[in-house]
Design a protein around this ligand. Sequence first.
Ligand SMILES: [Zn+2]
Length: 102
Amino acid sequence: MSEQSDWRELQVALRTASDIAFDQEMPTGEQADVLVDALRRAQAAALALSAGPGATGCRVHPQGAVDPLHGDKEDPLPPGWGKCLLCNDRRRRAATNRRGVR
Ligand SMILES: [Zn+2]
């Protein structure tokens, strides 16, 4: 994720929210759920823009944990992996699933 894509996400989510909020009829049920979801996405994107990358350098999990293996010379992370523990765990799980090992 880049600042550019956070910004786009913010715009798309706010447009969705205002389409619903300024509709002729008051949003109820499913429409209200979509509105809540759009506002959540807008808030997350706005927070990412204001916070900037945290210690992880990850835009999805800026406040997440740093992978303890990052910078480890004995057991280095594969090339292209970042410092974010959450993203690296996801990559590890994906690699495990590809090999068919549990
Ligand atoms: Zn991450």
